[in-house]
Ligand binder design. Structure first.
Ligand code: ADP
Length: 723
């Protein structure tokens, strides 16, 4: 036994007694009661030897036979039967009754050789099996045997072979032995109990953690549709005739999203309560999968992803549950499409395969998307698990794959995943092929319930509407809305189009590209979006000199303080939590633009000076300062112009124009000329240079052009300043 720890023995016992039909607690009881049986069995071996061989008590040999026969039948039954408690209780009852007869034979309580404790031992052992009724029954039976012995004591005679010495010896031996057994079991029991309680406490803690995570995720998922519904209701109140037609459809679509979420949670609850049952049909699974793939085609097209189905020509006839299979495939396909960038490939492969001589349908969903980090692959099927992304803002609850995994288990199948970060993922499902269910004409297509049917299709996504948007009219500021939910976009457009020229982008990546292209006056962005979330976009915008001045309002469903802080620390100018109030949004956007106007006044007065120390850290200040340094350096170079500034700042002409006028409300060309002329004035006034020298040093080769410009700028001729 050297080298084998208690833990290993316990592990071996658990493996030996393992029964998938039992829950953890029953399994634990089975273990305790089995140890008790083994200990008493050892005790029987030793006493049989002492009583028969050493003390030569041959007349009670039958008692040993009863024990041996009991264990021989009892042990295998105990291991295999689900009702192991019945096996042990019946066995122990037989032993109690046998002990009664043995005591009657040896002359009653006083000359019982200690058999009186055997019954007590059995009754206590029954406690471990955890069946209260039987335990009570056993104690009652044991008491009855003692009462019977008491009643018959006077009429019993002690046989000759029971001498006082044998009686005392056996009595002491048995009592010590039985006490030792009880002590051992109590120790084991208490140890296990505390371990069990600890694991229960850990389980409760995990459930608690999961609950909190669920609430956060679920409330987040609920907020977006609710924002849209609330917004539409507000619009209906204000412009009933306009919204009467389109509103019901939109509200319905959002309700469907909510319903799907609720259904997902109900599915988890059903699985948990063992109430999810298979409704199998028999049909060609390939045909059914073809149908599902077709329903995803339009989503793939919208996301500019190629979806291909690769299956053998021959049909695969098997039993399957159409609704559950639909759920599984929907989750795998929508994930693959969600996490694959435009231009990527998603393949659905179906074939027949063999494993350990059993036939299986193999379904594999492969994508060329972002892949899953190695550390996350093993956790991907856990409930509420989401691959941590930079800002923990991937939409979803982390329930999809957990439900999928449970459903596949219910179908007696297996799911596995292989993934390489940045390269793609492959989810493989193996479902056993069987033929017991009834054949259905349309291969189960009509049996899919509408709520499970393909979640992402109901979530309308917007396309990049660049070309459709009206060209901006000069007066209104340009607002870029970055949001992936079509209905939220429509609602925002509705309330903002009066005051802003609106540009749209369906995700952070497109938003960033658009912002660089058009340099909008203000950006309103959602956080959770495919391809690039709002925070990442914000970070990139604020790190880029071309866009770092643009005020950004983050619109999110996450109302918790940490998310807010994260957004603000990256540089968001405001943070609005969905569902937001229309007036609040308008007010905040207006406020930011008002601040911008004040800033323009500051930077627009020439030459500008920083008004406070902090302004030196402002991106606007840094930008103007860089331009000033450039102009200063090239002051005498007549050929130096806007193209050179663009080159040095790594900006296109349009970007420079847009950014410069956003900060100063002035054009860069005019600013360059003013800068030169102010320098000229300074040279004339303070350094006493003549007009020709001054014009030359400030980059004006043509003297009369210099004079005209100077007059335009200051209202008098440069000659006036010559001393
Ligand atoms: P949810 O229900 O929130 O969509 P899932 O359980 O379906 O969550 O997925 C859990 C996580 O697994 C997702 O957040 C995502 O990060 C990751 N994931 C799932 N499928 C893929 C895939 N095909 N490519 C990359 N990541 C994936």
């Amino acid at each position: 036994m050297k080298g084998i720890s208690n833990k290993e023995i316990i592990l071996w016992i658990d493996r030996y007694l393992a029964d998938p039909r039992l829950d953890a607690e029953a399994q634990l009881r089975k273990r305790w009661a089995w140890i008790w049986m083994v200990v008493t069995c050892v005790f029987v071996i030793i006493t049989s030897f002492v009583e028969l061989v050493v003390l030569k008590l041959w007349p009670i040999w039958w008692f040993g036979i009863v024990f041996w026969a009991g264990y021989l039948i009892g042990f295998p039954l105990y291991r295999r039967m689900k009702r192991f408690d019945l096996v042990i209780n019946i066995l122990f009852t037989v032993f109690i009754v046998a002990a009664l007869f043995a005591m009657l034979q040896t002359g009653g309580i006083t000359t019982s050789l200690g058999f009186i404790f055997i019954g007590m031992n059995c009754a206590m052992g029954s406690m471990l099996a955890g069946n209260l009724r039987w335990t009570i029954g056993m104690f009652v039976t044991y008491c009855m045997t003692i009462i019977i012995l008491g009643l018959f004591q006077s009429s019993l005679t002690t046989p000759e072979y029971i001498t006082p010495r044998i009686n005392t010896l056996s009595f002491v031996g048995l009592t010590v032995w039985i006490n030792a057994c009880i002590l051992l079991i109590v120790i084991l029991f208490m140890k296990d109990k505390s371990r069990y309680e600890k694991s229960e406490a850990e389980k409760l803690r995990k459930i608690d953690e999961a609950k909190t995570k669920l609430f956060t995720n679920v409330s987040h998922e609920f907020r977006t549709p609710l924002t849209v519904i609330q917004g539409i209701a507000e619009q209906m109140e204000q412009h009933p005739e306009k919204w009467m037609q389109s509103a019901p459809g939109k509200i319905k679509a959002q309700s469907q999203l909510l319903l799907r979420l609720v259904n997902q949670m109900l599915n988890i609850a059903k699985i948990e309560a063992d109430e999810m049952h298979l409704e199998l049909i028999h049909g060609d699974i390939c045909r059914f999968i073809r149908y599902i793939a077709a329903t995803f085609q339009s989503l793939a097209d919208t996301m500019k992803i190629e979806l291909i189905l690769n299956q053998q020509e021959v049909p695969i006839y098997t039993d399957y549950d159409p609704d559950k299979l639909m759920h599984v495939l929907s989750n795998l396909l929508s994930n693959a499409i969600k996490f694959t960038p435009p231009g990527g490939l998603v393949s659905l492969i179906v074939s027949k395969t063999f494993e350990k001589d059993k036939k299986f349908t193999l379904i594999s969903v492969r994508d060329t998307g972002r892949g899953i980090p190695e550390a996350s692959v093993s956790k991907i099927f856990e409930r509420f698990y989401q691959v941590p992304d930079k800002h923990d803002q991937t939409p979803g609850t982390g329930l999809g794959l957990a439900v999928t995994n449970e459903l596949i288990k219910l179908m007696k199948g297996k799911i596995s995943v292989k993934s390489r970060e940045g390269k793609g993922s492959e989810f493989t499902v193996l479902l056993p092929i069987s033929k017991t269910a009834e054949k259905v004409a349309d291969h189960g297509i009509s049996m899919i319930c509408s709520e499970t049917a393909h979640p992402e299709i109901t979530k309308t996504r917007i396309e990049d509407k660049t070309d459709e948007t009206d060209h901006e009219s000069a007066e209104k500021p340009v607002l870029l809305i970055v949001e992936d939910n079509k209905d939220v976009v429509e609602y925002l457009q509705e309330i903002l189009q009066k005051e802003y020229n609106i540009e749209l982008a369906p995700n952070g990546k497109a938003g960033l590209e658009k912002a660089l292209e058009i340099i909008p006056d203000i950006i309103l962005s959602d956080v959770m979006m495919p391809l690039m979330d709002g925070f990442e976009m914000l970070e990139k915008l604020k790190a880029d000199i071309r866009t770092d001045h643009i005020p950004v309002v983050i619109l999110t469903a996450r109302g918790d303080f940490d998310s807010k802080l994260a957004g603000l620390s990256i540089g968001a100018d405001h943070y609005l939590v969905k569902p937001f109030n229309e007036k609040e949004l308008l007010f905040k956007l207006g406020n930011l633009l008002e601040l911008r106007r004040k800033m323009q006044q500051h930077f627009g007065t020439f030459p500008f000076q920083s008004q406070d120390e902090n302004s030196e850290f402002k991106p606007e200040y840094v930008f103007i300062k860089r331009i000033n340094t450039l102009i200063e350096k090239e002051m005498g170079n007549e050929d130096f112009g806007i193209n050179d500034i663009c080159f040095s700042m790594n900006m296109s002409r349009a970007q420079l124009y847009r950014k410069f006028s956003a900060i100063t409300n002035n054009s860069i060309g005019r600013y360059l000329r003013s800068f030169r002329l102010h320098k000229a004035k300074e040279l004339l006034e303070k350094q006493g240079k003549n007009v020709t020298e001054t014009a030359f040093e400030t980059g004006f080769k043509n003297l009369s052009h210099f004079s005209t410009c100077f007059h335009e700028e200051f209202g008098f001729s440069p000659h006036k300043l010559v001393r």
